[in-house]
Design a protein around this ligand. Structure first.
Ligand code: PXL
Length: 265
């Protein structure tokens, strides 16, 4: 039986915890065949990103076209996009290859604070990709950069979600994981009509590298299999909770969230 397919448009993490490496193993864990359009090669370990090299924009778009025209894409997600030129190329190519669920994780920086985007590129994600997106999945730092709103409670989380919806995506997931001083992680999912609050335990760990990528790719995999956005997000949250609960130290810095539990569930 041919499995469903999901495409990740993202960067490589030499440390194997985030980026394409996280996306592919998450797709695999969902029984979905992973397709790749690589945007950048990062040089990094648990202590941080030492640098990155972009893939030329025409090579990024050629990868998308190659797999889309032959193998078919049931859903796609973006992670690290590196430059405005790549973002514009991705947007144009998506218009050419047709309709499927499209998740935009507006990755701006690594958890250690290293920029993964050139300066003008977050604006390009907002204007070029959000209007084409089924769902966007910013964390609170990215929400701040995009809207200027500092989310500290449910009210500001809702205000931020509404401001983000105005940028044109069908759904917005404002992840509450980076909110301080809470015992629960409360994420807010909305399309402007439904407001769905998703609450889960907050696990205390230093090792959260790749968490956002893993959540977005778990959601994308469920969408590739035909789930609704609310069902895909709820399932994705359960998936990432287990990955965070079992995250492990590796190197002297921030270790990765763990995909290994899927081998012995
Ligand atoms: O977690 C965001 C992210 C995405 N993609 C790549 C990364 C990181 C964080 O470090 O390195 C390639």
């Amino acid at each position: 039986m041919t499995p469903r397919t999901a495409l990740t448009i993202a960067g490589s993490d030499s440390g194997g915890g985030a980026g394409i490496q996280a996306d592919l193993r998450t797709f695999f864990a969902h029984g979905v065949h992973g397709l790749v359009a690589m945007t950048a090669v990062t040089v990094q370990n648990s202590l941080g990103v030492q640098g990155f090299t972009e893939i030329p924009a025409d090579v990024v778009t050629a990868q998308i076209k190659a797999v889309a025209t032959d193998m078919g894409v049931n859903a796609a997600k973006t992670g690290m996009l590196a430059s405005a030129e790549i973002i514009r190329g991705v947007a144009k190519t998506l218009d050419e290859i047709g309709e499927f669920p499209f998740v935009v994780d507006p990755v701006a920086a690594s958890m250690t604070g290293h920029a993964l985007l050139r300066e003008d590129a977050l604006e390009a994600i907002r204007t070029e990709l959000f209007p084409r997106a089924t769902l966007i999945t910013p964390n609170l730092d990215e929400v701040g950069l995009l809207t200027g709103i500092s989310v500290t409670d449910e009210e500001s989380q809702r205000a931020a979600a509404e401001a983000l919806l105005d940028f044109g995506s069908r759904w917005v997931l404002v992840k509450g994981g980076h909110m301080r001083g809470t015992t629960e992680c409360v994420d807010l999912l909305t399309d402007g009509r439904q407001y769905i609050s998703l609450s889960g335990p907050r696990y205390v760990t230093e090792n959260t590298h790749g968490g956002g990528d893993t959540l977005a790719s778990a959601i994308t995999a469920s969408l590739a299999k035909g789930a609704s956005v609310p069902d895909a997000v709820a399932a994705g949250k359960k998936f990432i909770e287990r990955c965070v609960a079992e995250a492990y130290p590796l190197g002297a810095g921030v270790g990765p969230v763990s995909p290994f539990w899927v081998l012995s569930p």
